[in-house]
Design a protein around this ligand. Structure first.
Ligand SMILES: [Zn+2]
Ligand SMILES: [Zn+2]
Ligand SMILES: [Zn+2]
Length: 519
């Protein structure tokens, strides 16, 4: 026998059932009761509405006008539900065919509304403007005949107003135009003075040549040596990306990353070609490296990210620093500079000498506390003790001047200098030490050309050649809603650095090597 189920025929069960029926009868939950309750509630609401209208002197609308036009939605747009009359649920009975038709887009995406949406999307820091460039190319015989009806001379006159790259694009756009314009636009594009136009034109073929890479010094496409299996090596000269006959006697464009490491421009191209297809390029993340410079003790980490068709890089450099007490000018310089050509070991843009970067590093180093001085040692020296010397604060936050991040006014580069506690695995006695950590974020541009890409030329500090003059990078007008560091960190960790951002060179004095502050 099951002891847990009650025996409904026993007298205690009968008493309980009878009492509970009195207290909570089923009558209220029959459909008839619910309907009459709803009717009563509607009547009551109508009365309240009329009362309110009379008090505030307006004409009350008949609730049927609204209430009955769409099932049982009242004039406030609320739907009346009854929990027990399962007849109405939150979901209407939809006509699925109608839903499908509503989902389809019936209008052109070029409407005024869509244009503003597109503009709004540009404000989004994650918006990828390269996303949808594929368009249909329509060929119509009627238009072809229209093109044909215009005399050759007129077409040649039109071409004379275009730049050489656009002229070639026009000449190659159809068979008719090719015949009408002849080979003159192509010949003109091949002239040495039109090299940058030629590069612009060749770049437009990038999507069609997955196994080739555009070589800028030669202005031609070379075959990739290891398509898809490229790996960035320190000795990039012995591991070329493509077979270039001029590789030995020209300097392929590149960027100094840190002491002894450089990034050839081909890698920027490769990392950004993924927008065409996976076969075109490599994953930008695969460029990330970590290495150490044994002589100086500097430790470097680089990481790359693609954002809105441009390659962003973060280079973190760190090195142990002695306590500020023992620091002299010479020790400082030994830590920061490589003493052959007096360049900082860490990653810098071309404008590092002009701003406050080196002073920031020196200021940060001046905040490193001395190791704890025990009470016993203190007493051995003199009969007084100092609590702060025995328990120094090891978390260094820097001062108000050296703590904020800085943005170079001449290029898309940002710096942050910090002092962090880092574990030194080689030191078994006191493994935790203070290290100076210099983080640099840079926008390396869209890979269009090392000669004319505004971001790349700004970082390198090279002038932009003739045809693209006026395209120069203006650092502070390009910051937009978020700086490079903000975009980078929010994409990687979901949070942006809390530091303020100041100008690296607030006085905008450009003395270069002859300025005296940097050394
Ligand atoms: Zn070449
Ligand atoms: Zn400071
Ligand atoms: Zn700069």
């Amino acid at each position: 026998m099951d002891w847990t189920t009650p025996d409904l025929n026993s007298w205690p069960a009968k008493v309980v059932l009878r009492v509970s029926k009195k207290l909570r009868s089923d009558k209220k939950f029959t459909q008839a009761a619910i309907d009459s309750n709803n009717a009563k509630a509607a009547e009551r609401r109508q009365r309240q509405r009329e009362e309110h209208a009379r008090k505030n002197r307006y004409n009350a609308r008949q609730s049927e006008d609204i209430a009955h036009c769409h099932n049982d939605v009242n004039e406030l747009g609320e739907r009346e539900h009854s929990a027990f009359s399962e007849a109405s649920t939150l979901v209407d009975h939809h006509d699925y065919t109608d839903m499908m038709h509503r989902l389809a887009h019936h209008d052109s995406f070029d409407s005024l509304l869509d244009q503003t949406i597109q503009k709004d999307r540009l404000k989004d820091p994650y918006f990828d403007s390269q996303g949808h460039t594929e368009e249909f190319r329509l060929a119509s015989t009627r238009h072809e005949r229209l093109v044909e009806s215009i005399p050759d001379e007129l077409w040649k006159r039109i071409v004379s107003f275009l730049n050489p790259a656009d002229a070639v694009c026009l000449a190659l756009s159809s068979q008719t135009l090719r015949q009408k314009l002849g080979s003159a636009p192509l010949k003109s594009l091949d002239e040495p003075q039109n090299k940058h136009h030629k590069i612009t034109f060749l770049r437009s073929l990038d999507g069609q040549l997955p196994r080739h890479l555009l070589c800028f010094p030669c202005a031609r496409y070379h075959l990739r040596t290891r398509p898809g299996k490229e790996s960035l090596k320190a000795d990039y000269v012995k591991n070329p990306l493509f077979v270039c006959p001029a590789a030995r006697n020209t300097t392929l464009p590149r960027l100094r990353l840190t002491h002894g490491r450089e990034l050839p421009y081909g890698w920027v191209q490769l990392a950004l070609r993924n927008s065409h297809s996976r076969a075109h390029g490599i994953d930008p993340e695969s460029l990330s490296r970590r290495w150490q410079h044994a002589e100086s003790g500097w430790d470097f980490r680089t990481r790359y990210l693609e954002h809105d068709g441009r390659l962003l890089v973060r280079a973190v450099s760190q090195c142990f620093v002695p306590p500020a007490k023992t620091l002299t000018k010479t020790v400082e310089r030994h830590v920061l500079y490589e003493l052959q050509d007096f360049m900082p070991y860490f990653s810098v843009c071309a404008h590092w000498q002009d701003g406050e970067l080196m002073d920031m590093c020196k200021c940060a180093m001046s905040h490193v506390p001395a190791p704890p001085d025990s009470y016993l040692n203190q007493l051995k020296r003199a009969p007084k003790i100092n609590r702060e010397a025995a328990h120094p604060n090891f978390i260094v936050t820097g001062c108000d001047w050296c703590r904020p991040a800085r943005r170079c006014p001449d290029c898309p580069t940002e710096y942050l200098v910090e002092i962090r506690m880092v574990e030194d695995r080689n030191d078994l006695v006191s493994p935790f030490k203070h290290a100076i950590v210099v983080t640099r974020w840079s926008d390396l541009g869209d890979g269009s050309s090392p000669y004319t890409s505004p971001e790349w030329t700004a970082i390198k500090g090279t002038p932009i050649p003739e045809p693209k003059v006026g395209n120069e990078y203006e650092s502070f007008s390009h910051v937009g809603r978020r700086a490079v560091s903000g975009i980078f960190e929010s994409k990687i960790s979901g949070s942006i650095p809390g530091q303020r951002m100041l100008s690296l060179n607030p006085k905008n004095k450009k003395l270069g090597e002859y300025g005296h502050g940097w050394y």
